[in-house]
Design a protein around this ligand. Structure first.
Ligand code: DON
Length: 304
């Protein structure tokens, strides 16, 4: 299938729709992005590439990195992650604290902030140099050494992320954080600050379309079963209190970030990354969601 035609037609249609989203400004450094950027990159399991717009421009991937952190944690020795984090959709905003008290410091899933903080704690306990090993892991998945953290964004979030600080203190009060809170928050903010392009993201996530194998190296990233489970968690939890809407309209497992990026996977077929910085009220890219809805509908292909 020539996806390029669908890309151009949908992009033209989207120009007619008013983008009612707002760029994330609660992390001050993120507010400097050009709100009108728009990029798409699709990589098939047969290594065909389709792209449009600003697909080669790097942006802050933010929560998209939570999937990669989870993947790295699941690829490690058994670390009893599922005793410490659930696999249920939260139905709450990504930075919500409310369920944590009811559920005694066990976050609903690894893709909300609370769950990702626990995953960071696990990685700190398992890796010698978590910052370095995580970024090396992402570079290998993307087949591109030109990927790194953005210290400005990480610092900006570290200085203003009072809600995440409250959250990790609450989780630690229930005994579900083993390491120093500052150490975990530093690592969490670094993970969120990773900058990648749509092209790099599509390649880095392709292992979830190929049953857990990195198509570039032929090596197993995670087992077939873990790949299935990571896709399932993305489907149920990747868009927080909008996960149902994304499944309903797009019909692919995916994950968003407040930098305006979305990654979505069609297992067995392709991975697709979309970037448009203006976010809807739930913190997901307004145009990115709309694009993917029109795309899977137009080509008549979703997992359902
Ligand atoms: O912790 C935060 O608030 C951000 N670093 C990440 C949030 C995010 O990307 C939510 N996604 N839509």
């Amino acid at each position: 299938m020539n996806y390029f035609e669908a890309f151009s037609e949908i992009a033209a249609e989207l120009e007619e729709i008013e983008d009612r989203g707002q760029v994330a400004a609660y992390i001050p450094e993120l507010s400097h992005v050009d709100p009108d950027k728009f990029g798409i990159h699709l990589t098939t399991v047969k290594n065909q590439q389709y792209f449009l717009g600003d697909s080669n421009t790097k942006f802050s991937i933010q929560s998209i990195s939570k999937v990669l952190a989870l993947t790295l944690a699941r690829g490690l020795e058994e670390n009893y992650l599922w005793d410490r984090v659930g696999v249920e959709p939260s139905g709450s905003p990504f930075n919500s604290l409310v369920q944590l008290e009811y559920e005694q410091g066990i976050p609903r899933n690894p893709l909300i902030n609370a769950g990702a903080l626990v995953v960071c704690d696990v990685l700190i306990g398992s890796l010698k140099n978590p910052q370095q090993e995580f970024i090396e892991f992402v570079r290998i998945l993307a087949g591109d050494p030109d990927i790194g953290y953005c210290p400005r964004v990480a610092k900006s979030e570290r200085l203003t992320g009072h809600k995440n600080a409250a959250m990790i203190n609450l989780i630690k009060s229930y005994g579900n954080i083993n390491h120093d809170i500052d150490l975990v928050l530093d690592f969490y903010c670094d993970l969120c600050s990773v900058e990648m392009s749509c092209k790099q993201l599509a390649q880095a996530f392709l292992f979830l379309a190929t049953n857990g194998t990195n198509p570039l190296t032929g090596k197993e990233v995670v087992s077939v079963s873990r790949s299935k489970r990571i896709n399932a968690i993305m489907q149920l939890c990747g868009f927080y209190d909008e996960a149902g809407e994304f499944a309903f309209k797009v019909g692919l497992p995916g994950k968003s970030g407040v930098g305006g990026g979305i990654i979505a996977i069609h297992p067995g077929k392709y991975s697709i990354a979309v970037w448009s910085p203006r976010l809807n009220a739930k913190g997901n890219s307004f145009k990115g969601m709309k694009f993917l809805e029109l795309f899977t509908t137009r080509i008549g292909s979703s997992i359902f």
